[in-house]
Design a protein around this ligand. Structure first.
Ligand code: NOJ
Length: 547
């Protein structure tokens, strides 16, 4: 008997077949003319997202914050920062999102708070304060300086001296982002309550920030030097983070988050941010699949863009997945150089096809669908604390965080006032309104890819198999009992011929080929990718059975 399609089974939750879209709120849409995006602006643009065809929004931090790290320094976890709106606007957003059949995922930042959080103010008040142990306090090291050689991600020591109480506190990121001590049960409980608060508000899940940083080795042993270190990597990479990230004790805490989230229903999702090699990343699904539903897979962002390297990455990732673990793929986010800058504008289209045809949940970053590139930031407009602390190495993240381009109106329709970061130079041509009018634009390609992914269940549920990786082409197949598609991508820009036994082109990254029938081989132009329906006889069987 034929197995029912996974898509029709009860455990095919939306986060398996849906596409997640990251909204970096500061740069999405300003509604009140302060040059910074906000919640009301997002509400006004929801139709754009339904028109694009995504399923869920992951919203960057909206919580009350001094914005030293643009919201990743939370001063009050259950208050909306006035810059973005208030709880009433947030409720309106949730209701509007849900009425459109979309989902909403919030950022959750368990590793650290702002130094201005009431918990930290209380913790640093005295050595005997009730919440002293909610953060990571240590005496000076034997020589009288910092307890050890641990570095902060944004430069400098990871320890800051607190003169009044005569101890150091630990911060994996900025000194103004002290690390919480999850080994303190009251602190852990308080942070779990934050999840409850937002789940009670109706959110559909969380993207959990910097989870691999949650705990440090209690022995405080020095990190060993990184033999591969070069200055361009930044000071934080000078030591291997053996004692500061990916400590095994993190997993029970993730399991506690998962239990809590699942208590609100099997359709809530927990996504983990951990930059780790594949074998170590897999542990974040949890030994009994009781960890993250989706530990973010960032490896497409760092793997060389060649057929062989990508084929071997995809194969290694698929092979490493635990039984029952659902894959996911990410090509860019607010922390990395823009996709179209890393790969070039032509390959950005091919990359979109790859991301939206691989097996597993894709996450898109706002603006990639417009083909945005990194925007050069003049020195007097740099905002990112990383660039401010470690200038000149290209570590700054402002270039990838610039505003969305909506139309030919002043400030690209983003704001009535000058935006907080400069716009892309080509905004008059790149803006969404313009691209929607232009067949063949990258935005229209994204729409077509998303529509195809929605329509062709095999792209959601089908198995993955490599067909070939040579001559600049990467080719793979997605198949299920009822359908079978080939995806062939020219990654190197020289075009090529891929042997196929006929089929029909469902979509090409270049305009004008949809519906083309192939007698045999597929001929690709430079920088072209195509999705071809194969096995037409099996498709007919499927269609007859559905009729
Ligand atoms: C990861 C976030 O994506 C990044 O923007 C932030 O600076 C760090 N975590 C610290 O929270």
């Amino acid at each position: 008997m034929m197995q029912p399609l996974l898509s029709r089974s009860a455990d095919f939750q939306w986060w398996k077949h849906g596409v997640i879209y990251q909204v970096y709120l500061r740069s999405f849409q300003d509604s009140n003319g302060d040059g910074v995006g906000d919640l009301a602006g997002l509400i006004a643009r929801l139709d754009y997202l339904t028109g694009l065809g995504v399923d869920a929004i992951w919203l960057s931090p909206i919580f009350s914050s001094p914005m030293a790290d643009f919201g990743y320094d939370v001063a009050d976890h259950t208050a909306v920062d006035p810059l973005f709106g208030d709880l009433a606007v947030f409720r309106e957003l949730v209701s509007q999102v849900h009425s459109r059949g979309l989902k909403i995922i919030l950022d959750y930042i368990p590793n650290h708070t702002s130094e201005q959080h009431a918990w930290f103010l209380e913790s640093r008040a005295s050595r005997t304060a009730a919440k002293r142990d909610w953060y990571v306090w240590r005496d000076p090291g034997p020589g009288g300086g910092a307890p050890n050689n641990w570095r902060g991600e944004f430069g400098g020591s990871a320890w800051s001296w607190d003169e009044p109480t005569g101890q150091y506190y630990y911060h994996a990121f900025l000194p103004s982002q002290p690390d919480l001590n999850w080994r303190n049960p009251a602190a852990a409980r308080a942070m779990l309550n934050v999840l409850r608060f937002w789940l009670d508000e109706g959110v559909d899940g969380f993207r959990v920030d910097a989870i691999h940083h949650l705990l440090e080795d209690e022995s405080l042993a020095d990190n060993p030097p990184n033999p591969q270190w070069r200055e361009a990597m930044g000071p934080a990479e000078q030591f291997l983070k053996v004692h500061t990230v990916d400590q095994p004790e993190v997993h029970p805490f993730i399991a506690a988050m998962r239990r809590l989230v699942e208590g609100y229903g099997a359709d809530r999702v927990l996504i983990g941010e951990a930059y780790l090699p594949i074998p170590r990343l897999m542990a974040y699904y949890g030994g009994a699949l009781d960890g993250f539903h989706l530990p973010f897979n960032f490896h497409l962002m760092t793997t060389p863009w060649t057929p062989l390297a990508l084929a071997s990455l995809i194969g290694a990732y698929e092979a490493a997945l635990p039984a029952g673990g659902w894959p996911n793929w990410v090509l860019s986010n607010h922390d990395r150089s823009r996709l179209a800058s890393r790969l070039g504008e032509d390959q950005a289209r091919v990359a979109a096809m790859l991301l939206l045809t691989l097996r597993g949940t894709p996450t898109l970053y706002q603006g990639d669908e417009l083909g945005l590139t990194d925007v050069p930031i003049p020195p007097d407009r740099v905002r990112d604390p990383w660039e401010l602390n470690v200038p000149g190495l290209g570590l700054g993240r402002d270039p990838a965080r610039t505003p969305m381009l909506w139309s030919g109106a002043p400030n690209a329709g983003f704001s009535a006032q000058a935006p907080w970061l400069p716009l892309s130079e080509g905004w008059r041509d790149l803006n969404a309104a313009r691209q929607l009018e232009r067949p063949g634009s990258i935005l229209r390609l994204y729409q077509a890819l998303l529509a195809l992914r929605r329509r062709e269940e095999v792209l959601q549920v089908g198995d993955y198999a490599l067909l070939g990786a040579a001559g600049g082409l990467l080719a793979f197949q997605r198949s299920c009992p009822e359908s079978c598609l080939a995806v062939v991508l020219d990654l190197e820009g020289s075009g090529g011929v891929f042997p196929l036994d006929g089929g029909q082109i469902l979509l090409s990254t270049l305009p004008g080929r949809v519906g083309e029938r192939l007698e045999s081989d597929l001929h690709l132009s430079p920088h072209e990718g195509a999705i071809v329906r194969r096995c037409p006889e099996r498709q007919n069987v499927g269609e007859r059975q559905n009729a």
